[in-house]
Design a protein around this ligand. Structure first.
Ligand code: SAH
Ligand code: SF4
Length: 348
C-alpha cells in the first residue's frame, strides 16, 4: 500500500473531478477512511482502499497540557516514534511538526539532540501529523493556519521531503495555507538556506543562532564547526534579499554560556543591516540536561541590552512544559501518561 499523502492533488487517483473530490475529503474534511468518502462510487472507494493508505501511524497518543497545548506522540508504521504539538491559543491554531525521528545535530541543550538520529520523515509522515491532530481535535485540517517545523529534527537536512510537504500545505486544493504562516527553523545549514531561497516559496525562516561568536556556538552545537557564523549569516542575508522575508533569530539562553552582556552587544553588532528579529527562548529543563537556563532576571537584562542597541527582541515564554511539549523537550519522554481515547478511525 502506498501513502496517498505523497501525491499532489492533481496526481490523486481517479478521473477529472474525482481528484478534486478526494482532495476535499483529505484536506478540507480530514477523512481518515475511504469509506467516509460517500460521494465517490463504491467501486472507486474499494479500489482506493486496496491501494492507498491515509495515515502513516499505527498509534496516536495525546497528552494535554494545563495551558491548552496538546503533545502528540506518533508511532510510525516501522515502529519508530515521533512527536508534534498542537497550540490553539488566541484563535490561531498552530501545529509544531517534526521533520525527523531524533536529530543528528546533537545540540547540548536539546533533548532531541541527545537521543541521536533515527531517520528522516517522509513528506506523507510530516503531513500526516497535521491531519491526525486535526482529526483528534475534531476540526478541519484547513482550520490549522500556522505551521512551525520546530519539533524533532533539522528540516534543512531533510529538505526534499520537507519541501514536498510544504508544497502540499500551500496547494490551493490541499491545505491552501499562506506561506507567511509556515516557518522552517534551522540550526544553520547554508546550503539548505540557499536552496530554500531559490525555491522562493515565501515561507518564513528562523535561524537558531544561540551565540554571537563561533567559540561559544561550538560548545552549544557540536556540528557548528562545519559552518562558521559568518557563513550562515551570509546565507541568511541572501535569503532576506531574495525573499524579502524578515528572518527570526532564535537564541536559547544558557547560564554562563551565552548570556553575558558582551554577547548581547556582539549579537547586536552582528545583526546590523540584517533586519532580523531576535526571539529569546528561556531554556526548558529536561532530565539529564548538561546545561542550565539563565534565570529570569538575566533573560530580562539580555533582552533589555539588545533593545537598547536597537535590535527588535521578544522573549518566548514557553508552553507545554508540564507534558514535555516545550521546545527541546520533545524526546518521547512522557511524564504524565494521560492517554486520551481517540475517535473512531484515528491513527488508522
Ligand atoms: N532543528 C531545528 C528545529 C527544531 S529545534 C532548529 O534547531 O532550529 C526548535 C527550537 O527549539 C530551536 O531554536 C532550539 O534551539 C530550541 N530548543 C531546543 N531545545 C531547547 C530547550 N531545552 N529549551 C529551549 N529551547 C530549546
Ligand atoms: Fe536538532 Fe534543533 Fe535539537 Fe539542535 S536544537 S539537536 S538542530 S532539533
Amino acid at each position: 500500500m502506498r501513502p496517498i499523502l505523497e501525491l499532489f492533488p492533481e496526481e490523486l487517483p481517479g478521473e477529472g473531478f474525482r481528484k478534486a473530490q478526494i482532495a476535499h475529503w483529505l484536506y478540507a474534511k480530514g477523512a481518515l477512511d475511504f469509506a467516509e468518502m460517500t460521494d465517490l462510487p463504491k467501486a472507486l472507494r474499494e479500489a482506493l482502499d486496496r491501494e492507498w493508505r491515509l495515515s502513516e501511524f499505527s498509534l496516536v497518543e495525546a497528552y494535554p497540557s494545563r495551558d491548552g497545548s496538546v503533545k502528540y506522540l506518533f508511532t510510525l508504521l516501522d515502529g519508530q516514534r515521533t512527536e508534534a504539538v498542537y497550540m490553539p491559543y488566541e484563535n490561531r491554531k498552530t501545529v509544531c511538526l517534526s521533520s525527523m525521528v531524533g536529530c543528528p545535530a546533537g545540540c547540548a541543550f536539546c533533548a532531541t539532540g541527545a537521543m541521536g538520529f533515527g531517520r528522516n520523515l517522509t513528506a506523507a509522515e510530516i503531513l500526516s501529523q497535521l491531519l491526525a491532530i486535526a482529526h483528534h481535535q475534531g476540526i478541519s485540517p484547513r482550520e490549522i493556519r500556522n505551521v512551525v517545523l520546530m519539533g524533532m529534527g533539522e528540516p534543512l537536512l531533510n529538505l526534499g521531503n520537507v519541501l514536498k510537504a510544504v508544497r502540499i500545505m500551500l496547494h490551493k486544493k490541499a491545505l491552501a495555507m499562506s506561506p507567511r504562516r509556515i516557518t522552517l527553523s534551522t540550526v544553520g545549514i547554508p546550503k539548505g538556506i540557499y536552496r530554500l531561497a531559490e525555491e522562493d516559496l515565501g515561507v518564513r525562516l528562523a535561524l537558531s543562532l544561540h551565540a554571537p561568536d563561533d567559540e561559544t556556538r561550538k560548545r552549544i552545537i557540536p556540528t557548528a564547526h562545519r559552518y562558521p557564523i559568518a557563513e550562515i549569516l551570509e546565507a541568511v542575508r541572501h535569503y532576506y534579499a531574495k525573499t524579502k522575508r524578515r528572518v527570526t533569530l532564535e537564541y536559547t539562553l544558557l547560564k554562563g554560556m551565552n548570556d553575558h552582556p558582551w554577547q548581547a552587544r556582539l549579537l547586536a553588532k552582528l545583526l546590523k543591516g540584517l533586519s532580523a528579529h531576535v526571539n529569546l527562548i528561556p531554556f526548558n529543563p529536561w532530565e539529564g540536561a548538561p546545561v542550565e537556563g539563565t534565570p529570569r532576571a538575566g533573560i530580562l537584562a539580555f533582552a533589555e541590552e539588545l533593545r537598547r542597541l536597537g535590535v527588535p527582541t521578544s522573549i518566548r515564554w514557553s508552553r507545554g512544559q508540564d507534558v514535555g511539549a516545550a521546545c527541546g523537550q520533545l524526546a518521547l519522554k512522557v511524564p504524565k501518561p494521560l492517554l486520551t481515547p481517540l475517535p473512531e478511525g484515528a491513527g488508522r
